[in-house]
Design a protein around this ligand. Structure first.
Ligand SMILES: *[C@@H]1O[C@H](CO)[C@@H](O)[C@H](O)[C@H]1NC(C)=O
Ligand SMILES: *[C@@H]1O[C@H](CO)[C@@H](O)[C@H](O)[C@H]1NC(C)=O
Ligand SMILES: *[C@@H]1O[C@H](CO)[C@@H](O)[C@H](O)[C@H]1NC(C)=O
Ligand SMILES: *[C@@H]1O[C@H](CO)[C@@H](O)[C@H](O)[C@H]1NC(C)=O
Ligand SMILES: *[C@@H]1O[C@H](CO)[C@@H](O)[C@H](O)[C@H]1NC(C)=O
Ligand SMILES: *[C@@H]1O[C@H](CO)[C@@H](O)[C@H](O)[C@H]1NC(C)=O
Ligand SMILES: *[C@@H]1O[C@H](CO)[C@@H](O)[C@H](O)[C@H]1NC(C)=O
Length: 375
């Protein structure tokens, strides 16, 4: 199996010819040329990411480990009526050995699970799978100011109901909650529903309910598809490089706040949030993003924006040097909130060419790790 996979990978890499590596010249008035150019671009993003794995000595190993894990899947079940392998998610996760090398699919039956979950960095390849028609809820209500067992405040990072430090995590059909409310003017109210700090993680059909700081998209490459994220202040934040596709972002803000706070502190970091075919709904007045770090990067493409989006669109968080450095883009969005008339002068209205890097799973090197769902 090992040898076969390696051969396949090498064949795949050999099959790239560089004859097509030079971009075609194109005339912007000619539609055929333009489409060729787009198709060249997409093909080459694909190659670039695969080739990168070839050049990075460690990466092909990662690809092989992932393939091995996926061919050796294990299923376990969690059911609250004790007819499954376990009755709590914590017990099921505890049964998985450290340095796990197999994909473990934890099927979770309907119900409300009041559990605080931390998946440690050495338990890779875990999938939490719920039922699409009756998804389980994992809930908690910790906030940053709550005092932990060590006598110290939890801080934002430890307030999460579910925290994932491992790589190759997948969640399907799960409702994640942090039910603590943010009181305006009160400090320490950060209350994370999910913190994802491992890389190469994917969430499908999941919902994230919280108030301040709902989804801590902390670091690594992440994919969110058909998800729902609700909150008030900075409810999607962190230094991840993430693609959100077909997601609904729902504000419950009562005043003017920002939906995202993407953290990018220097120009050489590859992080950023890309929202494609999403919708922004709810209450309050929202900025699309506020710059956490000088080089914050967020792009919205093909997204419906309800009237709650403020005309300015984006905030530099009171630091004007960020106006030149932050990369805040919009492309082909719709709805009353997408009216560009009042936008800050430094918002970018992307051209087709500029939007392209953000428009697919190539943005998160998806072809090196994002697998089709096996169900
Ligand atoms: C557009 O480009 C295609 C392919 O390069 C070419 O065959 C065609 O004649 C061009 N059409 C126009 C109107 O320039
Ligand atoms: C695990 O469950 C899936 C469906 O949920 C099934 O297709 C697969 O065969 C199961 N695998 C094992 C090893 O039981
Ligand atoms: C958090 O939930 C626990 C368990 O249900 C409850 O006892 C506690 O009062 C809640 N705390 C707050 C601040 O709501
Ligand atoms: C996601 O949810 C939709 C609608 O509820 C459902 O049809 C679909 O099967 C779900 N996808 C997965 C992977 O369960
Ligand atoms: C856009 O997202 C909606 C759900 O939010 C989905 O129904 C639709 O198929 C998506 N469109 C594309 C082109 O993916
Ligand atoms: C950019 O930030 C990263 C992470 O903090 C750091 O490792 C790197 O050295 C920084 N690079 C520059 C050019 O400042
Ligand atoms: C955009 O906003 C401006 C200023 O409020 C307004 O004059 C214009 O009609 C709006 N455009 C659309 C398409 O709604």
């Amino acid at each position: 199996m090992f040898a076969k996979t390696r051969t396949q990978l090498i064949l795949l890499l050999l099959s790239f010819s560089c004859a097509s590596c030079k971009p075609p010249t194109w005339n912007s008035d000619n539609r055929t040329d333009y489409e060729n150019r787009i198709s060249w671009n997409l093909q080459n993003y694909h190659k670039a990411t695969l080739l990168k794995t070839q050049w990075n000595a460690k990466a092909p190993d990662d690809v092989l480990k992932l393939r091995m894990a996926e061919t050796n899947r294990v299923n376990i079940t969690v059911l609250q009526d004790s007819t499954g392998d376990f009755s709590t998610i914590t017990q099921a996760l505890d049964s998985i050995p450290p340095r796990n090398t197999r994909r473990v699919i934890v099927s979770i039956g309907p119900g409300v699970y009041r559990e605080k979950i931390v998946i440690p960095r050495n338990k890779h390849f875990i999938t939490l799978l719920g039922d699409a028609t009756n998804p389980p809820t994992i809930t908690g209500n910790d906030t940053a100011s709550i005092i932990g067992r060590d006598g110290m405040p939890l801080g934002t990072i430890r307030s999460a109901t579910v925290a994932v430090d491992a790589n190759y995590f997948v969640a399907v059909n799960i409702r994640f909650e942090n039910t603590a409310w943010h009181e305006i003017g009160k400090a320490g109210g950060q209350a994370v529903a999910v913190r994802i700090s491992g890389t190469k993680a994917a969430f499908y059909n999941c919902s994230f309910y919280g108030d301040q700081d709902t989804l801590y998209d902390h670091k690594g490459l992440h994919y969110f598809k058909n998800c729902f994220v609700q909150g008030s202040v900075d409810f999607i934040f962190g230094s991840g490089r993430s693609l959100y596709e077909n997601c609904n972002l729902n504000s419950i803000a009562k005043k003017a706040v920002s939906i995202t706070a993407q953290k990018r502190t220097n120009a050489s970091l590859e992080s950023g949030f890309s929202f494609k075919n999403c919708s922004i709904t709810g209450s309050g007045q929202v900025y699309l993003g506020r710059a956490w770090g000088d080089y914050s990067r967020v792009v919205f493409c093909y997204t419906y924006m309800d009237k709650i989006v403020v005309p300015q669109g984006w905030s530099d968080w009171g630091d004007q040097k960020r106006d030149l450095r932050a990369y805040y883009g919009e492309y082909k969005c719709s709805g009353p909130g997408a009216n560009l008339t009042g936008r800050v002068s430094w918002a970018r209205i992307l051209t087709d060419q500029q939007a392209l890097p953000f428009l697919g799973t190539h943005f998160i090197d998806g072809d090196t790790w994002l697998l089709p769902l096996p169900f």
